[in-house]
Design a protein around this ligand. Structure first.
Ligand SMILES: [Zn+2]
Ligand SMILES: [Zn+2]
Length: 473
């Protein structure tokens, strides 16, 4: 007799069938045991309470039908609700159809569970599983007989935090810091190496790897976005303070998911200038602009071309433009005065203290705003204080950024073989170097036909070096 199985049991596992085959089935140990008994002749009848409850998967029913049909002894299968009757030599079709219907109902239930998860995500609740780096698991369940006050969150010490919602300071610091420094040009590998040396461990305790860090930095929750089934829920804000701004998060994603970053050393370099090289029509050489119009690459086929991002009025052979830019990079990297390009090292700052000061200013400004509401301060006083406070915050942020910015050029120029280092460098790092060294502008070529004219690309050094005798094309 099969008792009611747990109805939520809808998970699949590999099971051994009576004939020894191993296949995926809804995991039902009770049913498997019954089938084995019937098949071995230890039992000759099977009684279920109800067909729908006993068989969630038509394949299970097929297994039972096989046992009934092919066993050397006779087997009778019956259910209390009369929904199932099987016997050797009978057509068991009716039972199978019923199971198919039951199975669909079960899938509908699974869908309902999934909708509940979405509701949870919308409310900012944690869906369960391994804790996301940066967030605690909340206070553990209180075991029988224990005092709740003594069973506390290992990270926060109390029982007030929430799983997947309450942040762990030293971990979100890692997320913010690595996101920013990645954008400033450090590689995942370099950051992971640094973390391996540090005090903050991964969630599993495994050693930090570039891949682990990448997974963490790509999490929308870092920017306070809620996710359901891989999609960011529009208009839903997480109940925690975003760790990085949406802009930083977006830039990190673009950087980490750029397929051209996976190009290994030696592969034909392409796409070096997308978003960097300027359109010479939209952004003429003699005009100073904050936001130059840049080019993107079109035609991933045989001859990709840089094209103005905004209008369809300028395209140029991407490979040829890159070649020209590379020649200028190599010229610069081998120039005797190349060390002059390196900026003096950023001043040593106490980042921890600066961050503390920034938080304190923010807290004070908030208190002042409350005081204004209570009439303890005038609006003018609060406005003046806010101005001063915000100016200091801006100053602090500049110091913090200066401190974490590594000149991407330094590593190359200080290396024993800058040319080789450039050649072995990943595309993202090369882009940093190009952008650091030059303003590249693709000029309109006029009506000179389809050829490539080197003088139709203007490459201006951001920090010009004294010209050497041998000029570069
Ligand atoms: Zn906690
Ligand atoms: Zn343009």
């Amino acid at each position: 007799m099969i008792k009611n199985p747990r109805l939520s049991a809808y998970k699949r596992r590999k099971v051994t069938l009576p004939d020894g085959r191993r296949e995926y089935r809804v995991w039902r140990p009770d049913l498997r045991e019954a089938l084995a008994d019937l098949s071995a002749g230890r039992a000759d009848a099977l009684l279920c309470l109800d067909l729908d409850r006993a068989f969630r998967d038509p394949k299970d029913l097929q297994d039972l039908a096989d046992v009934v049909e092919f066993s050397p002894h006779s087997i009778v299968v019956e259910s209390c609700t009369n929904s199932l009757h099987m016997e050797k030599g009978h057509d068991n079709f009716d039972a199978e159809v019923r199971v198919l219907v039951a199975n669909k109902a079960s899938r509908d239930a699974a869908r309902r569970v999934s909708m509940a998860r979405e509701r949870q995500a919308r409310n900012g609740q944690f869906g369960g599983g391994r804790r996301p780096f940066g967030f605690c698991l909340g206070p553990p369940d209180v075991p029988d007989g224990a005092m709740p006050d003594e069973v506390v969150c290992p990270w926060h010490g109390g029982r007030s935090c929430k799983a997947g919602v309450t942040t762990i300071d030293y971990e979100i610091e890692v997320v913010a810091d690595c996101s920013h420094r990645l954008l400033q040009g450090l590689t995942l590998r370099a950051l992971a190496a640094e973390l391996r040396e540090g005090d903050v461990s991964t969630v599993t305790g495994a050693s930090w790897s570039a891949e682990t860090l990448r997974d963490i930095l790509l999490r929308p929750r870092n920017a306070g976005f809620m996710v359901h089934k891989g999609q960011i829920l529009e208009g839903v804000r997480a109940p925690w303070e975003p760790i990085v701004s949406p802009e930083v998060f977006k830039a990190v994603c673009e950087l980490l998911t750029d397929p051209s970053r996976r190009v290994g050393p030696g592969a034909a370099p392409r796409w070096h200038g997308s978003g960097i090289y300027r359109c010479g029509i939209c952004t003429p050489l003699d005009v100073v602009v904050d936001e130059p119009v840049t080019c993107e690459v079109t035609g991933g086929g045989r001859e990709p071309r840089y094209r103005c991002k905004e209008r369809n009025h300028l395209t140029r052979n991407a490979g040829k433009v890159d070649e020209l830019v590379f020649a200028n990079v190599l010229y610069t990297l081998t120039h005797p005065d190349r060390f002059d390009l390196l900026a003096p090292p950023a001043p040593e700052v106490d980042a921890q203290a600066l961050r503390g000061e920034r938080a304190a200013i923010r807290a004070r400004l908030e208190r002042m705003a409350e005081d204004e509401v209570l009439g303890k301060r005038t609006a003018g006083q609060v406005a003046a204080a806010t101005r001063v406070g915000k100016a200091r915050i801006a100053e602090i942020e500049e110091l913090l950024n200066a401190n974490v910015t590594d000149d991407p050029l330094a590593e190359v120029i200080n290396s024993a073989d800058p040319v080789r280092m450039w050649r072995d460098m990943g595309l993202a790092n090369r882009r940093l170097i190009i952008d650091r060294l030059f303003t590249v502008t693709i000029l309109p070529s006029g009506k000179r036909g389809r050829g490539f004219y080197p003088d139709s690309v203007r490459i201006d050094a951001k920090q010009p070096l004294r010209p050497l005798l041998a000029a570069v094309a």
